[in-house]
Each structure stands twice: as structure tokens, then as C-alpha cells.
Write a protein that binds this ligand. Structure first.
Ligand SMILES: NC(=O)C1=CN([C@@H]2O[C@H](COP(=O)(O)OP(=O)(O)OC[C@H]3O[C@@H](n4cnc5c(N)ncnc54)[C@H](OP(=O)(O)O)[C@@H]3O)[C@@H](O)[C@H]2O)C=CC1
Ligand SMILES: O=C(O)C1=N[C@H](C(=O)O)C[C@H](O)C1
Length: 271
């Protein structure tokens, strides 16, 4: 079978550069395009050089319509506005769209959901094996414990991260809510400050820390009467997300249109 031709969106960013490196070391995929924001000062630069590799002749472009004429998929770790623009083009072209971008609003998610009648989308707030396994474990533990165990989700990321709570924290919150068979939107406590009153039974709490160069730390704490269970994951290198995104792209290639998650890719959906 021929190699899967991939575009990296946000090719000048932290994840974009990691994705370019991951593609260069993975059999069965090839970098065919590198997308950056129209007007970015990086346009025209070589994607390989930006990623710390030898030049590969793929120059950063701001035109996804043009790039996608010769591609099978796009790996998108950018910002919500860019991802929404990209999903429409990917759907029209019928190519796989792997979405790692976080900070998407409910209306952004509704737009993405609406195009998946014709688009093949794999979307996850975290593409690593470890975090998806943590989500499966979180669901199981939440199922087993009553709501006399309070669930709190704590995350820490590097100082440049622009959204909170992290996509991963929300993914873990969804897993806990699914375990308890409740709706996360109506059972969340976010951004406590000041005279908050006592904790509400059944809420799932979120706390976000930012600083330094932390790649991504997440803990789910089940705090009960006189005992506490903590499940944690520490990401040590962005390459875990990049390799997960490649796995997702290759898994989705040839699938029927729909919205898939990393749990589907990893076979953890029924865990
Ligand atoms: N799901 C997962 O496993 C993971 C998800 N993420 C998420 O991925 C996203 C990116 O993270 P990170 O790489 O650290 O962020 P960066 O800010 O380093 O990278 C984002 C890149 O996207 C570019 N960009 C902005 N607008 C457009 C556009 N219209 N078209 C193409 N590119 C554009 C930015 O350019 P400019 O700087 O010029 O604006 C920048 O180069 C975040 O939402 C993060 O939370 C991160 C890691 C793992
Ligand atoms: O912005 C990041 O860096 C990360 N973002 C994702 C998130 O919001 O959870 C995944 C990972 O933790 C790194």
C-alpha cells in the first residue's frame, strides 16, 4: 500500500514540530504539506529545518485548500478558530482530520460534529496511550465508588498554555461523569475563588496550574472519608502525543465518515 500523505497544521508550533519529527521516523506516512496561519512570518520556511531535521523541501504554506489536493490526512494541533476552518476543508476533500486542538467551546464541538456526516474526524484532548488508559481506569473507579468520594482533577502545564482546564482534564472529567452516569456540564466545579461555600456532593472539581516547561501532568483524586485514591499520568515528552496522532491517522484511513476518539483507535471504548 502507498504511504499516507499527511499535512501538519501549525507546523511551526511545539506540537507541529514534534509531528514533523514523528512522521520522519514512521514507516507508512509521509509529510506532504505544512500549514501555518496566513500571514505568519514562518511561511516559506522548510518544515524539516524548523523541526531540527535536515531540509525536506516541504515549505510552510497558508493555503490548506491547495495543500489538501494532494493529501490523505491532516494533523491539527493549532487553535480553535483554525481547526474550525480546517475541518470544513478536510470534509470537502474527504481526507482524515486528526484534531488535537483543545479549548474548543461547545458550539465549536457542535460544528465539528455536524461535518462528520461527510468527514472522518478523530478528536481527543490527549493522544497518548497512558492518558487514555487513565481515562478508562477513572471511569471504572468512579463507577465503583459512591458520591461520598469527591472527585477532583488537577493538571499542570507549561507557562505558554492558553486554555484551562486542559483538554485532558476535561476528558478525564467526562470519563468520571460517565462512570457515575451524570452529565459533566451540570456536575462540574471550576475556578473556585473567594467565599465559595462548602463543596457540593457529586460535583467533579477542576484545578489548573501553569508554570515552567511542564509537558502535561494530570491527577484524578477520589477523596473519601479518611482515605484517598489518586490516579496520575505524567507526560515527559510531546512525542507521545505526536506518535498517538499518527496512529490515529493511519487507523482512520479508509474508515467511514464519523467522529472517532482515541479510545476507539486504542480499542479502549468498551473498557
Ligand atoms: N490532544 C493532544 O494530545 C495534545 C493537544 N495539544 C493541543 O494542541 C494545541 C497546540 O499546542 P502547541 O503546539 O503547544 O501550541 P503552539 O502555540 O506551539 O502551536 C500552535 C500553532 O498553530 C499555529 N496557528 C495559529 N493559527 C493557525 C492557522 N489559522 N492555521 C495554521 N496554523 C495556525 C500557531 O501559529 P502562531 O504562533 O503564528 O499563532 C502555532 O504555530 C493546543 O490546543 C494544545 O492544547 C497539545 C499537545 C497534545
Ligand atoms: O497544551 C499542551 O501542551 C497540552 N495540551 C493538551 C491538553 O490540553 O490536555 C494535552 C497535553 O496535556 C499537552
Amino acid at each position: 500500500m502507498s504511504e499516507m500523505r499527511l499535512i501538519v497544521a501549525g507546523a511551526g508550533g511545539r506540537m507541529g514540530r514534534a509531528l514533523t519529527r514523528a512522521i520522519s521516523e514512521t514507516k507508512g506516512v509521509v509529510l506532504t504539506g505544512a500549514l501555518e496561519a496566513p500571514g505568519s512570518e514562518l511561511l516559506g520556511q522548510d518544515a524539516g529545518v524548523l523541526a531540527g531535521l535536515p531540509a525536506n523541501g516541504v515549505l510552510l504554506s497558508g493555503d490548506l485548500w491547495k495543500l489538501s489536493a494532494n493529501a490523505d490526512g491532516i494533523l491539527d494541533f493549532t487553535v480553535p478558530a483554525a481547526t474550525l476552518a480546517n475541518v470544513a476543508i478536510a470534509a470537502q476533500r474527504g481526507i482524515v482530520h486528526v484534531i488535537g486542538t483543545t479549548g474548543l467551546s461547545s458550539s465549536d464541538n457542535a460544528v465539528i460534529q455536524s461535518v462528520t456526516r461527510q468527514a472522518i474526524v478523530v478528536k481527543s484532548g490527549n493522544m497518548s496511550l497512558g492518558v487514555n488508559l487513565l481515562a478508562a481506569l477513572t471511569k471504572r473507579v468512579a463507577q465503583s465508588l459512591g458520591d461520598n468520594f469527591d472527585i477532583e482533577i488537577v493538571e499542570m502545564h507549561h507557562r505558554a498554555k492558553i486554555d484551562a482546564p486542559s483538554g485532558t482534564a476535561l476528558l478525564l472529567g467526562e470519563a468520571a461523569a460517565a462512570g457515575r452516569k451524570v452529565d459533566l456540564e451540570t456536575h462540574s466545579a471550576r475556578g473556585r475563588d473567594g467565599l465559595t461555600g462548602a463543596r457540593k456532593t457529586g460535583d467533579i472539581g477542576f484545578a489548573s496550574l501553569r508554570g515552567g516547561t511542564v509537558t502535561g501532568d494530570h491527577s484524578v483524586i477520589f477523596a473519601g472519608p479518611y482515605e484517598r485514591i489518586e490516579l496520575s499520568h505524567r507526560a515527559e515528552d510531546r512525542m507521545i502525543f505526536a506518535h498517538g496522532a499518527l496512529k490515529a491517522a493511519m487507523w482512520a484511513h479508509g474508515k467511514t465518515p464519523g467522529l472517532y476518539s482515541m479510545m476507539d483507535v486504542l480499542g479502549l471504548a468498551d473498557f
